[in-house]
Write a protein that binds this ligand. Sequence first.
Ligand SMILES: Cc1cc2nc3c(=O)[nH]c(=O)nc-3n(C[C@H](O)[C@H](O)[C@H](O)COP(=O)(O)OP(=O)(O)OC[C@H]3O[C@@H](n4cnc5c(N)ncnc54)[C@H](O)[C@@H]3O)c2cc1C
Ligand code: SF4
Length: 512
Amino acid sequence: MVCVRLILGDQLNEQHSWFKKVNSKTHYVMMEVRSETDYVKHHAQKVIAIFAGMRAMAEKLRQAGHAVHYFKIGDKQNRQNFADNLRQVFTQVKASRFEYQEPDEYRLDQELRHFARECGLASAVVSTEHFLDSREGVSQHFQPQAKRWLMESYYRMVRKKSGLLMDSSGQPLGGKWNFDEDNRKPWRGSPALPKPWDQRHNHAALWEEIERAGVQTFGQPSASDFPWPLNRHEALQQLKAFLERGLPSFGDFEDAMHTSSDRLFHSRLSFALNVKMISPKEVAEAAVARHLANPECISLAATEGFVRQIIGWREYIRGVYWAKMPQYREMNELNHQLPLPSWFWTGKTQMNCLRFSIGQSLSTAYAHHIQRLMVIGTFCLSAGVNPRAVEQWFLGVYIDAFEWVELPNVMGMSQHADGGFLASKPYLCAASYIGKMSDYCSDCDYNPKDRLGPKACPFNVFYWDFWIRHAKRMVTNPRIGMAVRQAMAMKPAEQLAIRKKADELRAKIEEI
Ligand SMILES: Cc1cc2nc3c(=O)[nH]c(=O)nc-3n(C[C@H](O)[C@H](O)[C@H](O)COP(=O)(O)OP(=O)(O)OC[C@H]3O[C@@H](n4cnc5c(N)ncnc54)[C@H](O)[C@@H]3O)c2cc1C
Ligand code: SF4
């Protein structure tokens, strides 16, 4: 029986059980197709990184003796979509069976299910063998009718089940589940930033192929000095370097931002993880092992903070995605309709925090969590930008943006478009938070202390306007009651002045 197996661009898991044995009757298919490059406009580095990773994986499989059919973006016989290319291979090798791994995106899941039904061959879908939990694991953990889920409850279950950071009596190491309180320091130049651990490649020839094929992208390609890993070996080197150099200070400065560094002590492992070069289990276990071997250098707080992102947030977000798609992508509980300002594509705004965070995203395809959530996300949420427009920007711009992880983070965590299902409170801040956690405000045209004058910081104006606008809905939420009550306690004239100022800013949003 001749079997054709499809490997998607984010399924670069060299350790998958598929590859344990070489079988001359099994043919692997990989393809660079316009249906994938064009469903949203992607950052140039994202397209390069995925194609380069796919080509490296194909080469590795060939060297191991597997039969690989690879469609490059510019190949004449490339029909630029999965179905037509697969049919070509089926005919060529006289296939009688088709297999694929569970896609992580709803769109592709639907497409491949349909194809498998229609293709006329026996077919099977298998696990990617990447995640700790199944697609349904998170929804099975909560009551089906619950109005909101809590990541913390799921995270504790995963800790107990995996034994990660647990002591021999089944209690969390250090007696606490969560050390978030310890992880909120600003970074003021010390300790010294670690030497970056990025891999460097020259992908100029690949970039030329992509451009020649007419793929539309945006952002800086950085093709000749490309900073993302190409394969598992490089991803493991990246992990090792992070554990040595970044993890010791990760916890302390997890929420910090600074103009002198786009990553501070963050790992930049999200690309390698999301294309499955490395697994969440091995990353979390390596971090815990590092802490246990050297607790003086790598604190429990830093380790727990990091592990929570991988085995808690990442898995939880995926579970929400599979439980709530496809309706989730259309949600807009706060009815926000402002168009996304055009400077999201140029970084040209006078707000220093946004100029820096968006500019960095356009040049590096990366921003760390707090820049995404508390700067870019806060601005969009408090100004009232349409969450779907925000979501499409996030899906295109980041190297790690795949819908299963990007969409719930944007619609749920950042834009509160699900009414608080995924995260119980809207994450937003005024200039005082950005000023405390970064050096952005010190060199800004706006005044971080003002909320009504001509140079008032837009974050202040929109922050208070948000609470005034949504007071009724928010006031009963114990996690945010104080901010709302403060807004409600303002004199009507002050409330009116803030609303007016916010409307003025919205009217000239392209110029602020
Ligand atoms: C609005 C918004 C959009 C986001 N979009 C994406 C996205 O498209 N793809 C993506 O992988 N992450 C996304 N995140 C989560 C997080 O910001 C990134 O995973 C992180 O910034 C990647 O950088 P890092 O590898 O240096 O992370 P680190 O800070 O070093 O964290 C380690 C790892 O933890 C995981 N992680 C941390 N937070 C989250 C989270 N909230 N959800 C899922 N995984 C998490 C990532 O795999 C990350 O690599 C988004 C967050 C927000 C607020
Ligand atoms: S003053 Fe306001 S706009 Fe300027 S950097 Fe600070 S928070 Fe951002």
